[in-house]
Design a protein. Structure first.
Ligand code: AMP
Ligand code: MG
Length: 329
């Protein structure tokens, strides 16, 4: 049995998770940076937040009754993609543990970790993944040794779109849950741009139009309802085509926006029409967390994908489709 400690710090959350090779989470702690009202995530302020809480979180992990620090076999960290200054905080903590505990260091791709933890907890084998979060929106599936991105946003991620709209509407961050709640109060559809280009999609035109219509006097709940119907519809269309093309029989929804019940419902209906099983990642590991980094670290450790310190620089633009995946065949 091996144990890995994983560190997540790509954006708003500093998380540390410890997991064993049976997939049991031994510890999961995190602190999330909340932007000031009316603002977005300021990278430097988020990084300062992570530095501020790093010692406290490490201490909590150290004091766990489930294991000893000396039982940990590997240390993994989110190497990218993400905000450079935030990624560097996680990298510094990981390098320090690597040297003080004298254990191998593993660099994990954050998007890959969202997928692998979803597969673990849902027991999905080879899904089309709908990865929807504050910082990413991609439709991904495994093919020929790698995860391929079948479709993705051409501009802003869907979670970011919901957050910016909410900010303009004077709702508190994070916006996604507020939009979902208000959308339930309406069934009046207000037309908004639906932008799917090939297999990619775009949310910025939709965002601008929604803000303009709100300012022109449309009701907030009607706009929330319509934003969800249009943006989720775009995701479902591209996922459906990826599913039909690959003939896979599973759909896995992951990332922070996966909490949205309307998105879950729409994807489930589509998946079942294709005879596919729909899975959604459990809430505990849906948002950014250290356990997903630790789990992916263990998968990589089986193939001795270890880093030397001078190879451990952060990769803010690292794409999932650049990585060879030896553990799936
Ligand atoms: P992540 O980046 O994966 O941590 O996810 C954070 C994003 O998920 C933010 O943009 C939130 O607004 C969004 N989010 C969280 N809960 C919901 C929800 N119920 N509906 C839509 N978006 C949500
Ligand atoms: Mg994420």
């Amino acid at each position: 049995m091996k144990i890995c400690l994983g560190i997540e710090s790509t954006a708003h959350t500093l998380g540390i998770g410890v997991i064993n090779s049976e997939g049991k989470i031994l510890k999961q702690v995190q602190k999330t940076f909340i932007p000031e009202i009316g603002g977005g995530i300021h990278p430097r302020k988020a990084a300062e937040h992570h530095f501020k809480y790093a010692r406290e979180l490490i201490k909590e992990v150290k004091n766990s009754n489930n294991f000893n620090l000396k039982d940990i076999n590997y240390v993994a960290f989110s190497q990218g993609p993400g905000l450079g200054v935030c990624l560097r905080v996680g990298a510094v903590i990981a390098r320090t543990l690597h040297q003080t505990l004298n254990i191998p260091l593993i660099g994990v791709n954050h998007c890959l970790a969202h997928l692998e933890i979803g597969k673990l907890f849902c027991d999905a084998k080879d899904p089309i993944c709908v990865y929807t979060s504050g910082g990413n929106t991609q439709i991904i599936g495994f093919d020929g040794g790698r995860y391929r991105v079948f479709g993705e946003t051409l501009d802003i991620p869907i979670g970011n779109m919901l957050d910016v709209f909410s900010r303009e509407a004077h709702l508190q961050h994070p916006g996604g849950p507020k939009v979902e709640k208000l959308a339930k109060l309406s069934n009046k559809f207000v037309e908004l741009p639906y932008t799917v280009k090939g297999m990619d999609f775009s949310f910025s035109g939709l965002l601008t139009a929604a803000i303009n219509k709100l300012e022109a006097g449309e009701k907030l709940e009607d706009m929330c309802f319509s934003i969800q119907e249009v943006s989720f519809g775009m995701l479902v269309e591209v996922t459906e085509r990826a599913l039909a093309h690959t003939e896979k029989n599973e759909v896995l929804l992951t990332g922070g926006v996966a909490a949205n019940l309307r998105l879950q419902e729409m994807l489930k209906i589509m998946a079942e029409e294709h005879g596919a099983t729909f899975y959604v990642v459990p809430k505990q590991v849906a948002g950014d967390n250290g356990a997903m980094i630790a789990w992916t670290g263990l998968l990589q450790a089986n193939y001795r994908q270890f880093l030397k310190i001078d190879e451990s620089n952060v990769l803010p633009k690292w794409r999932i489709d650049e990585i060879e995946i030896p553990w799936i065949n």
